[in-house]
Design a protein around this ligand. Structure first.
Ligand SMILES: [Zn+2]
Length: 378
């Protein structure tokens, strides 16, 4: 399989508040380095993309797709806040910006549209809490460069996927970093700043050859990170052209979303499916949930599949509580790829979490090998 990476995704390095401690963020550049080292020794092929030296037209397309996915003032904040803090002497350039207080009402779906807090607060510290919902998504000097490069990998993967539509099977993986599935249109959180899966969905529509049908192009997003992708769910909650399906830890981070009762709203009702699993779940429970998730995707009959793939389901992961073992990733990949609804459609795999650094590369390669073996067997 082709695996896309961009060295600019390594600039982002932050500290986070985890439990009661302020620590170097577990979502660190070494994750990508570990994966690349392992993939170089595998049958997959690495392709390095350099967003910063890409063409003006590629940059313009990316900018347009990101602007569709996020509010303009939020993007402006992400792009400029670190330099502003440094300029005002509030932090050293090597330090991370973290919020100190939050306008909590905005976290609730029921408060949407009530007109509360429609303007960012003037105070520079308050503004950080206005655009973030937790203390894991700090902003460092390199955050914006990495977030843009990460989203660009999703866009480039979509470009490949659309150019191979009809020639089966085609799959591609993008080593996105920072990850994306937790951030919303206007809130960073859970190590996420730009929602790569959302950008990828827009990119698929943008590049899909049959432009007249592109707006109705059916896209399924299968989220296999240990944590619920609240941000991705939010984006498409009222949309019946994008099916969001997630398997994740019950009552785990991000805590306030991911229930099986969250099924979508309005036109989107029935197009959101959550499969929360209790702590300690093994491949047996996982595999059953995956079968249900795939059956739902089967019914939907998508033109493209986006997999938000996290490896924090691993039994040794510091942020997960499932009991998935290395070899199980082969089975998971096999189960997804061999499912008959997905056999003939282009698939994009976007990296989300996974924090057991010494096993991350092996786990990624085991998944990719399982996926490739399944394709070759067909
Ligand atoms: Zn996760």
């Amino acid at each position: 399989m082709l695996v896309l990476t961009d060295p600019s995704t390594l600039h982002h390095r932050t500290t986070e508040l985890l439990g009661s401690k302020l620590i170097p963020a577990l979502e660190c550049p070494e994750r990508i380095e570990a994966i690349i080292t392992a993939v170089q020794d595998s049958s997959s092929q690495i392709r390095t993309i350099d967003f910063e030296s890409s063409s003006e037209s590629d940059k313009a397309v990316l900018q347009e797709l990101i602007q569709k996915s996020h509010d303009a003032d939020y993007l402006e904040f992400l792009g400029n806040v670190h330099a502003e803090w440094v300029e005002r002497g509030l932090i050293e350039s090597t330090h991370t910006i973290l919020p100190e207080c939050f306008p909590l009402q905005r976290m609730s779906r029921s408060d949407e549209g009530t007109g509360k807090l429609t303007h960012p607060p003037k105070d520079i510290f308050a503004r950080t809490g206005y655009y973030m919902y937790d203390m894991s998504a700090g902003i460092s000097e390199g955050t914006w460069r990495s977030a843009i490069a990460s989203a660009n990998l999703a866009v480039q993967a979509a470009k490949y996927a659309t150019s191979h539509h009809g020639s089966t099977p085609f799959s591609i993986m993008a080593l996105c970093r920072p990850p994306g599935h937790h951030c919303t249109t206007r809130l960073a959180g859970g190590y996420c700043y730009i929602n790569n899966a959302v950008v990828a969905a827009y990119a698929l529509r943008n590049f899909h050859a049959a432009a007249s049908t592109a707006n109705h192009l059916k896209i399924a997003i299968l989220d296999l990170d240990f944590h619920h992708g609240n941000g991705t769910q939010d984006y498409f909650y009222k949309d019946n052209s994008v099916l969001y399906v997630s398997i994740h830890g019950l009552d785990e981070y991000p805590y306030y979303s991911g229930a099986s009762t969250e099924v979508g709203e309005g036109e989107g009702e029935g197009f959101n499916a959550n499969f929360p699993l209790p702590p300690g779940s093994t491949i047996d429970e996982y595999s059953k949930a995956l079968e249900s998730a795939l059956a739902r995707i089967d019914q939907f009959n998508p033109a493209y599949l986006i997999v938000s793939l996290g490896f924090d389901t691993f039994h040794l992961d510091p942020l997960g509580s499932f009991k998935i073992e290395t070899d199980d990733y082969r089975q998971i990949a096999n189960q997804v790829r061999s499912h008959h609804a997905l056999r003939n459609i282009p698939s994009m795999i976007l990296l989300e979490g996974g924090y057991a650094l010494d096993r991350l590369g092996t786990n990624v390669c085991t998944f990719l090998q399982g996926w490739e073996d399944t394709e070759q067997a067909e």
